[in-house]
Ligand binder design. Structure first.
Ligand SMILES: [Zn+2]
Length: 203
């Protein structure tokens, strides 16, 4: 079932390639939605390992998935050759927590990998929430260092958590969205379940 409005997720790939602005809303195709849900369920049970899968663009322009990978509690590793396969455009992975914490957006390491591994899109699922980052331009960017991105994001998290009503997840979302991270790195950020809405402007 498609939810109303928005563009197919392939719009996220087509727009920067043709120099167009990215859509404000996109929907996840049914095949990917089912695969992501299944991987989340697998993650959200002992031993609470992250699971991930490459996202691949077929010759016909459809998005599909590659071979699933099991990670550990804090990471899922994709060998470089897996990310060099034809049509590879990015990855999906889960953020499970044994204590039931959900809504956990991208970690600094995830954002570094988007830039340094030149992903066009990356999706994280944590509970029902899905977060998506897409590159706003197709040109390769300068590589970034984990130390820099970590300290930048942790400063935003620490600032945001000065407010006692803000949860750690909300603070992390603020850090994901912060101008200094998203705007400087040219990233568009979306959140939702099947329909994802863009949370930062600035094209
Ligand atoms: Zn992650």
């Amino acid at each position: 079932m498609l939810s109303g409005g928005g563009q197919a997720m392939t719009g996220l790939l087509a727009a920067p390639r043709s120099g167009d602005p990215l859509p404000q809303q996109v929907w996840i195709p049914a095949e990917l939605d089912q695969a992501f849900t299944a991987l989340w369920k697998r993650s959200n049970a002992p031993p609470f390992h992250e699971w991930g899968v490459p996202i691949v663009e077929s010759e016909g322009g459809m998005l599909t998935i590659g071979v699933v990978r099991e990670g550990d509690e804090g990471d899922v590793h994709f060998p470089l050759e897996m990310l060099a396969q034809a049509g590879w455009v990015g990855i999906f992975h889960t953020h499970p927590y044994e204590d039931g914490t959900t809504d956990v957006a991208f970690a600094p390491q995830d954002i570094v990998e988007i830039i340094n591994r030149r992903m066009e899109i990356s999706i994280v699922q944590s509970g029902n929430a899905r977060f998506l980052i897409a590159q706003r331009v197709s040109e390769p960017k300068q590589l970034v260092s984990l130390t820099d991105i970590e300290s930048e994001m942790y400063n935003v998290v620490a600032d945001a958590m000065q407010d006692r009503d803000v949860t750690w997840q909300q603070a992390l979302l603020t850090a994901n969205l912060s101008l200094s991270v998203c705007r400087r790195l040219g990233l568009a950020f979306y959140r939702g379940t099947v329909t994802l809405n863009r949370l930062n402007g600035g094209d």
